[in-house]
Design a protein around this ligand. Structure first.
Ligand code: C2E
Ligand code: CA
Ligand code: CA
Ligand code: CA
Length: 275
């Protein structure tokens, strides 16, 4: 496969071919999927690690395909984005999440992941906004998480979309903060309320001073810009103590709880573990 004839339609290494076949199988299964039946959300708590209170749950999609079995969102989200199926999927999932929220304590918030494709077209944004309004749930209880990577293509459109969502009262979080190429210019342009510090900084913060100092600097940045901040991927008590010592409050990670089905939330709320 080294010599590629000019004009040949396809030309790549065998590993790459396997990935493409897998993606094609995922796309086919996705097109045939009954979204409302095969997809569900798990919810992972975001806690105030100083007071111990639960503040929100992040909704994370899970797919049990009748033909492919369990498929991870790391695999199906990119395929859904490329094949334009993401908008339908996001609508189904947002509908589920808004329903689930009815059983939650009144002050509990929902953090919901949106793809750049969900906000690329004004009618798609309007549809999501209309769903929030129709649910009757206070929009201030909803945070939409977006990653900068997808917004790169058209920052102007993204800014308009996020501004119109925010006008409803929902919050906007910039996800995976610190992993992209131009995080700071995004902060300057996009209407954002909160940053989620990527797990990669947390993983290393106990072993490496630089990572902890980066977290410290992002917290400073948040204070100066009056943004909230959440650290993701907190797995150990050591990490919790270090992060708390540099001023992190809102945290998320396996230490607190793994993503859980909606049905497990009442028991968790009734007896949140002590950290
Ligand atoms: P994300 O938004 O950054 O979500 C956090 C991911 O980290 C989740 O993986 C979560 O299960 C995992 N996680 C949470 N705490 C820990 C921890 O302490 N340690 C480790 N190792 N991992 C932790 P998940 O659920 O597999 O989702 C992967 C990605 O797929 C998400 O990353 C998000 O980008 C995307 N995704 C998931 N659900 C949706 C969705 O409904 N819509 C969209 N557009 N994207 C979604
Ligand atoms: Ca997220
Ligand atoms: Ca993240
Ligand atoms: Ca991520």
């Amino acid at each position: 496969a080294k010599s590629c004839r000019r004009g040949a339609a396809v030309c790549f290494a065998p590993e790459h071919e396997a990935v493409l076949r897998r993606d094609a199988a995922i796309e086919q299964a996705l097109r045939r999927a009954d979204l409302a039946v095969e997809f569900r959300l798990l919810y992972q708590p975001i806690v105030d690690a100083v007071s111990g209170r639960v503040e929100a749950y992040e909704a994370l999609a899970r797919w049990q395909s009748p033909t492919l079995g369990f498929v991870s969102p790391a695999e199906f989200i990119p395929v859904a984005e490329r094949s334009r199926l993401i908008r339908d999927l996001s609508r189904v999932l947002l509908g589920q999440a808004l329903d689930t929220m009815r059983d939650w304590p009144a002050e509990r918030r929902l953090s919901f992941n949106l793809s750049a494709h969900d906000i690329a077209a004004p009618e798609s944004v309007d549809h999501l906004a209309a769903m929030v309004v129709a649910s009757g749930i206070d929009p201030r209880r909803i945070v939409f998480e977006v990653t900068e990577s997808g917004l790169m293509r058209d920052l102007g459109d993204a800014t308009r979309a996020l501004t119109s969502l925010r006008a409803l009262g929902v919050g906007i979080a910039l996800d995976d903060f610190g992993t992209g190429y131009s995080s700071l210019s995004y902060l300057q342009r996009l209407p954002v309320d909160r940053l989620k510090i990527d797990r990669s900084f947390v993983i290393r913060c106990a072993e490496d001073e630089t990572s902890l100092n980066i977290v410290r600097s992002i917290l400073d940045l948040c204070r100066h810009l009056t943004l909230d901040c959440v650290v993701e991927g907190v797995e150990t008590a050591d990490q919790l103590l270090l992060l708390r010592s540099v001023g992190c409050r809102a945290m998320q990670g396996y230490l607190f709880h793994k993503p859980m089905p909606a049905a497990a939330i009442p028991a968790f709320e009734a007896a949140p573990p002590l950290w």
